[in-house]
Design a protein around this ligand. Structure first.
Ligand code: SF4
Ligand code: SF4
Length: 374
């Protein structure tokens, strides 16, 4: 397992972190998963007050570990407009975790301009967080985000944060500018859920498997991220110990991409060009805003993946979250298009956006899906 400096926190974190969002079945399984992760070199655990019993299970798991196990913990609390709620939240998390100090506290989901305004309010949640830092209860402060890129860049630019937890994967590179800006600000960078949100890569379709051979799709995505020195650590959201083995076996694969890996990425790119041809959305985001608040680029990205790589299951999983996950996954479904035509002159690819949205809806819609927690 390799370790990297977590930006200005100066913590040396393992390049894989245990994310505990799915460690929810029992204290016993959570404990065994934690012990296995530590045994394999993980020294950073990420949880949240919103993840059900996760903090309490982690408390038990921490007590079961050998004393000498060097561990860093991040927990997360939602942003609030007032300081008092945040102060109570911090004390609750410390008590649930059974610790009097936590390395990292992240605002959980700075997802909208309103959340960012709360963060910048002098008497908002940051006042309580600063007090907790001064009282020695919290080491460093960050934020996790599912926000549009502009909000993330603005949050980084406040200079209030030491680290950021965000989405960025081979199949979704929209946040590259946020990674670059965070690195420029010497912030730690934690990548949320590369296996699941990165494309449900633990259950890849046959087409994708063949295109990625001799590598696995999961391995290639990890390599895409691990060779990037701006990124500190990737979360592994294991629900049980066995799910750690494959991801953590890549913990030393941090070198630049080999020629064979580069050729494989080129093969993936060529497949997208061939399969999507003139219907390929290039993810430039210039079509926004849509008066019906359709997240056009994200809808069409899911279509790109389904058409190019047969990633329809992943596409359905994400598409069904539109209109069902609030600010965690913004935007309405493609079927809401009224053919107003506003987006058309802004698309440099001259795509027939309404037709492609309808096609995506037909391919990927189904029964609604909600977030796993909260
Ligand atoms: S044509 Fe459809 S997708 Fe484009 S801006 Fe109008 S409603 Fe939105
Ligand atoms: S403007 Fe066109 S190519 Fe760019 S994201 Fe929108 S639909 Fe895709």
């Amino acid at each position: 397992m390799q370790y990297r400096r977590f930006g200005k926190t100066n913590l040396q974190l393992s390049v894989f972190s245990l994310g505990t969002m799915r460690c929810l079945s029992s204290a016993e399984v959570a404990s065994r998963t934690l012990a296995q992760a530590v045994d394999l070199g993980v020294n950073h655990i990420e949880t949240a007050q919103g993840y059900g019993h996760s903090e309490v299970y982690l408390n038990q798991g921490l007590r079961d570990l050998p004393q000498e196990a060097p561990l860093h913990i991040t927990t997360k609390l939602p942003p609030t407009p007032d300081a008092a709620t945040m102060q109570r939240g911090i004390d609750t998390s410390l008590q649930r975790l059974g610790v009097d100090y936590i390395d990292n506290l992240a605002l959980h989901g700075v997802n909208t301009p309103e959340h960012l305004a709360w963060v910048q309010q002098p008497d908002g949640c940051m006042a309580a967080i600063r007090a907790a830092v001064e009282a020695g209860k919290v080491g460093f402060v960050g934020f996790s985000t599912h926000a549009p890129l502009e909000v993330i860049l603005a949050a980084i630019n406040t200079d209030l944060f030491d680290f950021v937890n965000l989405h960025y994967y081979y199949f979704w590179q929209r946040n590259e500018a946020a990674i670059a800006f965070a690195a420029e600000k010497d912030m730690g960078v934690f990548i949320i859920s590369p296996a699941d949100k990165g494309g449900q890569l633990y259950t890849p379709p046959e087409t994708l498997k063949q295109l990625c051979a001799p590598f696995s799709p999961l391995q290639l995505n990890y390599r895409f991220l691990l060779r990037d020195r701006r990124i500190t650590t990737l979360s592994v959201g294991a629900a049980k110990p066995e799910e750690l083995h494959e991801p953590l076996s890549y913990g030393d694969d941090v070198d630049p991409l080999s020629e064979q890996e580069q050729a494989t990425f080129q093969r993936l790119e060529a497949q997208a060009e061939t399969k999507l041809s003139r219907d390929r959305c290039r993810q430039c985001y210039q079509c926004l805003p849509c008066p019906e608040t359709i997240n056009i680029p994200e809808v069409l990205r899911l279509r790109n993946l389904a058409v190019a790589y047969d990633m329809s299951d992943f596409g359905q999983y994400r598409y069904r979250m539109f209109e069902n996950a609030g600010h965690w996954f913004w935007g309405r479904k493609g079927s809401r298009c009224t053919d107003c035509g506003d987006c058309l002159p802004r698309c440099p690819e001259n795509l027939d956006i309404p037709a492609l949205l309808r096609d995506t809806h037909k391919k990927l819609n189904g029964s609604p899906r909600r977030r796993l927690w909260g």
